[in-house]
Design a binder for this molecule. Structure first.
Ligand code: IPE
Ligand code: IPE
Ligand code: MG
Length: 251
């Protein structure tokens, strides 16, 4: 099982268009898929679910759609926080919240504080998030705190300043809606993530579709730069240790 699944929930607008409905209807329907995904992840022992809800580029959409999305975010939080908490979900937000209404920010902070000690599943919602924004805010924070080391920072120095430093990097990335791009999602964290693209539109995505993605994930060999033979050798050592047997039998 992947420990961390990250999803670009795409295709709400096209789902609505196919049904001659306004785009808003697709976004509303998409909330049901989020709820289903939270349940499915808990059921499968997946520890981290990260969903892209609103990108730093989505402000470019018509004002009417942006304000609908903000309102939807507000009402979903109000309605679902209690249930998430009851189900042992820790809620986290990543992104630049400074552009949101104070009332929405307050709701987010309240939800994060209420659920902070839950560990069944960590649900991270990326809102007004961009991968480049994340890297830059981390670089700036690091430089502010350690100005004298500027020019000598390592990857390990930067990592704790990234917005999702509390989570392992995603194992499985899923994008629905047929597009095969990253759209400024978790640029740093996806360096060694397995990618899975599906034509299914987000409102159609369900537990069965998640299982199809997991089947694909499990068929991959994650080499992290090594050779296949090296991985086999490591697996043999682990198996031998687990079985408490010497790796090489004496002749
Ligand atoms: C994803 O669905 C949801 C958000 C970006 C908020 P879209 O709204 O991008 O749906 P399509 O891509 O237009 O079908
Ligand atoms: C990516 O979807 C952002 C979210 C799902 C929130 P978009 O629909 O905005 O991506 P592009 O514009 O097609 O790349
Ligand atoms: Mg889209």
């Amino acid at each position: 099982m992947p420990r961390h699944v990250a999803i670009i929930m795409d295709g709400n607008g096209r789902w609505a268009k196919k049904r001659h409905l306004p785009r808003a209807a697709g976004h509303k329907k998409g909330v049901d898929s989020v709820r289903a995904m939270v349940g499915a992840c808990i059921g499968r022992g997946i520890e981290y679910l990260t969903i892209f809800a609103f990108s730093s580029e989505n402000w470019r959409r018509p004002e009417e759609e942006v304000s609908f999305l903000m309102g939807l975010f507000n009402s979903v939080l109000e309605r679902e926080i209690g249930r998430l908490h009851k189900n042992g979900v820790r809620l986290k937000l990543i992104g630049d919240l400074s552009r949101f209404e104070p009332r929405l920010v307050e709701l987010i902070r309240h939800g994060e504080a209420l659920t902070a000690d839950n560990r069944k599943l960590t649900l991270t919602v990326a809102a007004n998030y961009g991968g480049r924004w994340d890297i830059m805010q981390a670089v700036n924070a690091l430089c502010r705190e350690h100005p004298q080391q500027a020019g000598q920072f390592t990857e390990q120095d930067l990592a704790p300043y990234l917005a999702m430093a509390y989570a392992p990097e995603p194992d499985l990335f899923i994008r629905t809606g047929g597009e095969q791009r990253v759209s400024n999602f978790l640029l740093w964290q996806l360096a060694y993530t397995e990618f899975y693209f599906t034509d299914k539109l987000w409102p159609e995505f369900n537990a069965q579709a998640l299982d199809a993605a997991i089947v694909s994930y499990r068929s991959r060999e994650r080499r992290f730069g090594r050779t296949s033979e090296q991985l086999m050798a490591t697996a043999d050592v682990i198996a031998a240790k687990a079985a408490d047997k010497p790796l090489v039998q004496n002749a």
